[in-house]
Design a protein around this ligand. Sequence first.
Ligand code: AMP
Ligand code: MG
Length: 502
Amino acid sequence: METADPSEQAAAVLAALPISNDFSELPPAFYTRQQPTPLPSPYLVATSAGAAKLVGIEPAHMESQAFIDAFTGNSVLPGSVPLAAVYSGHQFGVWAGQLGDGRAILLGELPAAIEDPPRKLELQLKGAGRTPYSRMGDGRAVLRSSIREFLCSEAMAALGIPTTRALCVTGSDARVMRETPETTAVATRMAASFVRFGSFEHWYYNHRHEELRILADHVIDRCYPALRNEPRPYQALLAEVTRRTARLIAQWQAVGFMHGVMNTDNMSVLGITLDYGPFGFMEAFDAGHICNHTDSQGRYAYHQQPQVGLWNCHALGQAMLPLVGEVDDVHEALAAYKPAYTETLDRLLHQKLGLESVEENDSKLFDALFAILQSSHVDFTRFFRQLGDLALDDPQSDQALRDLFIDRAAFDGWALQYRSRLRLENSIDAARCERMNRVNPKYVLRNYLAQQAIDLAQKKDFSGIARLLAVLEHPYDEQPGNEHYADLPPDWAAHLEVSCSS
Ligand code: AMP
Ligand code: MG
């Protein structure tokens, strides 16, 4: 029977969602069943229709109280088995021992309308209260960091970079203490799996090799079913995770994304971007830029990311040694990293420069470019976007681009090399520009844009998040009327600091 009341209808639809929880079928040592802790009077802060579509949730139902309650953790949807998973990890290069979902609660999974990653997407509430793994933490996430995670997840997806997705953010006036008191929020995120490198390390360092095998089998069955047919599935799993991690980091480098906290507990075995904290997009180019204010040593600086990705794969390889068997076989799997990284980055740089062919000296052209971007601290996103406007035979076409450089002569020198390289492949201006605009985004989540949306949200105006999301969902398009979202950061943003505090 049709229910007339839209909120009752939404409640009925949510109650009928086919939620299951495969993870809860793992042995009890893998997790603790944990109900979310309700928050007082929750309200909707943001929703992603794109993410909702992946799991068959209608945007109309996301406005309902039933939805808000379910995705704040104030009610439990039928079929869900809320739990917090255990994992360990290396933080800033040091073994940190047991960590685990200290404020994330896995509700279960829904069938997904996507092929890769496959079949099912898990839904996880982040900030839904304390768990046995909270250690000294309060189990909460603040509005500021939840908005950042929400926006960046969806922005990365639109850029075509593998990532967890964000379904929604709800908020409450309840406060928790960070540097100052801040209001709390719950972000719902989705991924085919939230298993981390640190999940494997957990069992290895606890000498529990049977659990290690069970975890590997779970990951293979769930995420990499084709690897079952390999002669050595565990070695193949390590190689595949290594390859995907390498490709992911090449994609980060190509778009100027910095994760900020590449600890092994924040590295996904799916090779997707996971755990958005003090991330940043490169603005004034500096290869050594550190986006995380807490990272005083610069371990996770932009130019360190490829190396750290490999270090993390080594940590995973160590943890998988009892499964793989021989040290040489672990090394063989890890050897996949460098070629996968180099090939991906090289391909992406060719695309970013609009080059269709591959020439022997291309890497010199790329190196020379990064050297001049560095010496003039040119805005990363803007440079590549405007590079598409350069016309082969029109010196006027790159005036605006040239103006981005303090050292104009250096730009002129490079532009000369670039033009002759383009002539070598008879490049056609219009076609090249079109191709370049499909890989060089105009709109990325600059810190100041996130901050403006956060400032408004802290005054209970959530419209800035929705507007920014709508822009970031089409990062490669020209968006007449939205050009100001591509503006360089204003002076006040020079002092914005993002840290691990979230
Ligand atoms: P992160 O640096 O956010 O990746 O978190 C590292 C570890 O600390 C993970 O085990 C988190 O679950 C935990 N954690 C971070 N913040 C909190 C919090 N407010 N309450 C409980 N646990 C937290
Ligand atoms: Mg984490």
